[in-house]
Design a protein around this ligand. Structure first.
Ligand SMILES: Cc1cc2nc3c(=O)[nH]c(=O)nc-3n(C[C@H](O)[C@H](O)[C@H](O)COP(=O)(O)OP(=O)(O)OC[C@H]3O[C@@H](n4cnc5c(N)ncnc54)[C@H](O)[C@@H]3O)c2cc1C
Length: 386
């Protein structure tokens, strides 16, 4: 069959990118978004070359490049001593080694660029205030105004459509919470590097900082253990504040910065284990709806973008739709298993203590930048089929 029209539930990064990728293949889409207007929510995002390659093919890179920054390196450093432990060269190296740039930007910037592209795309139709409470093809066809060949569940970590996929993985609390706030460039302490993404690590917590050109500020994310909290779409003010005991023994400058954090927002971090994304009929999940993950590998949005490209490629042309969706799911689950394993490893390594932390530091110290970069070839060098 030829897929002509698709309903996409959710106008997040997954849903908007999917609409653009489908349009490139000549497939029309209706994006059903529950919000009445697309609000500016979220934090900073690191967009790695595996995802920026898709954005390049969609023609969005020049606009993004004019607004984002391309850090020279990603540094891992000790939270106690600030001593760098290792660094992955990105910047021009990312373009050379993995063909596409590594950019950092505010989520709002990416969302605005995607929305503008969707609005300029005759094959993509955005419906705001269109909540989809459950999987019901007839009700969805009423919302889109026409019958569709496929329903894409891109409704995020609290996906309603997920319940219609037998053996789909539920979202479970990871045990960690993230806190995010910004520090303007002109008030940032010298330990912040405007040319790097820096992750300071310690036994119970870690802290990531990188510059956002659009906000003229550093985006700071602190992660430590916490409680599940409410299921929310965007960050909320926390009652308890950042747990300073998780940063005990850390550098005094970092502690002072955390204590002075202006209005930090918190996210309980939920994740989905491996499981089915396809209902063996006309519904497929992508993005966080399928595979929400912790930000320990900074790949959630990147995986949503990869999904969008590969799904469009899978269903374009004259296809056996169940076959196309089954192989899409199989291929993507394999990739996600590897990414999840990397995030789990990072969580273990970042928060290690005692002899394990000592061994980690020794191993990192003897590795060359070339061998550290080579470790990311499978992740950043991956070019989604599109
Ligand atoms: C602290 C933190 C830092 C992160 N850093 C990075 C990073 O550096 N790099 C990276 O790649 N990723 C990062 N991520 C992950 C990334 O933000 C997410 O993986 C990504 O935004 C998921 O996109 P999505 O489109 O699948 O879901 P969402 O962005 O959640 O979008 C879902 C959309 O569906 C809509 N919706 C929901 N339910 C319904 C319904 N019933 N009907 C209609 N519409 C509905 C919602 O309103 C929303 O617009 C980070 C996450 C966190 C918490």
């Amino acid at each position: 069959m030829t897929v002509r029209t698709v309903a996409i539930v959710g106008a997040g990064i997954a849903g908007l990118t999917a609409a653009l990728c489908l349009a490139r293949k000549g497939i029309a889409s209706h994006i059903l978004e529950q919000a009445d207007r697309l609000e500016e929510v979220g934090a900073g995002l690191q967009i790695s070359p595996n995802a920026s390659g898709v954005l390049a093919k969609l023609g969005l890179l020049p606009t993004l490049e004019s607004q984002w920054l391309e850090p020279e390196r990603i540094v891992l450093a000790s939270g106690r001593t600030l001593r760098p432990l290792t660094a992955v060269p990105v910047g021009t190296q990312a373009r050379r080694r993995w063909s596409y740039p590594y950019g950092v930007l505010h989520r709002t910037t990416l969302q605005r660029v995607l929305i503008a592209a969707v609005q300029a795309e005759p094959l993509a139709h955005l419906h705001l205030g269109a909540k989809v409470d459950r999987y019901n093809p007839t009700a969805i066809a009423t919302q889109t105004g026409e019958a569709v060949d496929l329903i894409v569940g891109a409704d995020g970590v609290w996906s309603k459509l997920r319940t219609a996929v037998p053996a789909a993985p539920p979202a479970c609390f990871s045990g960690s919470v993230a806190w995010r706030f910004m520090v303007p460039f002109d008030r940032a302490p010298p330990l912040f590097d405007p040319r790097s993404v820096v992750a300071w690590i310690g036994p119970s917590a870690h802290l990531v900082a990188y510059p956002l050109a659009e906000a003229q500020s550093f985006n700071i994310v602190a992660i430590h253990q916490g409680t599940a909290g409410r299921q929310i779409w965007s960050g909320q003010s926390g009652d308890d504040g950042i747990r300073m005991d998780a940063f005990s023994g850390w550098d005094a400058g970092i502690r002072a910065l955390l204590q002075a954090a202006n209005d930090p927002l918190t996210w309980p971090l939920y994740e989905c284990a491996d499981g089915r994304w396809y209902n063996n009929s006309d519904l497929i999940l992508i993005g966080d709806a399928a595979h929400a993950s912790t930000p320990f590998a900074a790949q959630g949005a990147a995986m949503a973008i990869e999904d969008a490209a590969e799904l469009a490629a899978a269903v374009s042309g004259n296809v056996d739709l169940p076959d196309a969706l089954s192989s899409f799911e199989k291929r993507r689950r394999e990739r996600l298993k590897r990414v999840r394993a990397r995030a789990d490893f990072n969580r273990f390594a970042y928060h290690a203590r005692g002899p394990i932390a000592f061994a980690r530091d020794v191993i990192l110290a003897i590795r060359s930048p070339e061998s550290v970069a080579a470790d990311f070839d499978w992740l950043y060098g991956y070019q989604p089929k599109f």
